[in-house]
Design a protein around this ligand. Sequence first.
Ligand code: C2E
Ligand code: MG
Ligand code: MG
Ligand code: MG
Length: 283
Amino acid sequence: SVKTGRYDKYRFYNESIRKKLYQEKSIESSMESALENREFLVYYQPKVDLKTDKIACSEALVRWKKADGTIISPGDFIPVFEKNYTIPLLDRYVFEEVCRWLRHLLDERHEPLPVSVNVSRLQFYNTNFVQIYTEIRDRYQIPPNLLEIEFTETILFDSWDVLCKIVEDLHKAGFSCSIDDFGKGYSSLSTVQNLNIDVLKIDAAFFPNIVEKEKDRLMVKGIINLVKQFDVVTVAEGIEEMEQVEFLKSVDCDMVQGYVFYRPMPQEEYEKLLFPLVDGKAE
Ligand code: C2E
Ligand code: MG
Ligand code: MG
Ligand code: MG
């Protein structure tokens, strides 16, 4: 009957909420042990320089490898850690893992390429954020030019003075600053200019139909033309097809990060890609 139907719907709704809450709770409660057991892995996705067609640098992207071997992507746990304010712990862990790996490469006499790390809004506005990151970097003796901080547009909505101060402190400490997912929110290009940002990552949402959609093409072209004048490096995100790469070359975009070239990969794989072994010996 109608009544049972409604009841079922209600129960279904209730159960799916309960299930979701349960999943969130279990993610929340296992974070600490996951950190201890080193279940968080750092993957690296290369960014390709469109002038040279070579890898110029990479982005560090976290994954959660459960004890049973399943790999969970950040979209499934980062929002939970943001909600319960623990995300700064993970951000810091990832940053330290990156420093540890760069130190390993330097010790092996390799010349590592720069790596960018994502910093959540909570971490960004954490008092001592810049100081803590600087201390970690210096503890591993990593040359400052090897590290870049990525933060999303949503950060730009807070107090302008505070924001400027943090970016300034990051620059003073030697970090490059990159705005992630640009164009997704409402920030303007003048923000980029006034903040003296080093890198602008144009959001993937612009590119799915870039070849057909003139408006999207004009937007991207306009963004690139303008920020170039402020010496900002442009990166196109989420590029999956060569046609898109051709367009990006035609508008003088600096770099591409996308499946068309490389997917995010485990550290060992990225290391082999950068420093291939010749006859079992490092080249
Ligand atoms: P993001 O920083 O914008 O990173 C780019 C995302 O796009 C990554 O998803 C990457 O795998 C994906 N991607 C790259 N190229 C392509 C492509 O050609 N096609 C498609 N469909 N996707 C592509 P991922 O690794 O799932 O990460 C999602 C988001 O999680 C990141 O977006 C970032 O906001 C967040 N995140 C990842 N690691 C960390 C971290 O250590 N700390 C914090 N706070 N956030 C992180
Ligand atoms: Mg990013
Ligand atoms: Mg992005
Ligand atoms: Mg600059």
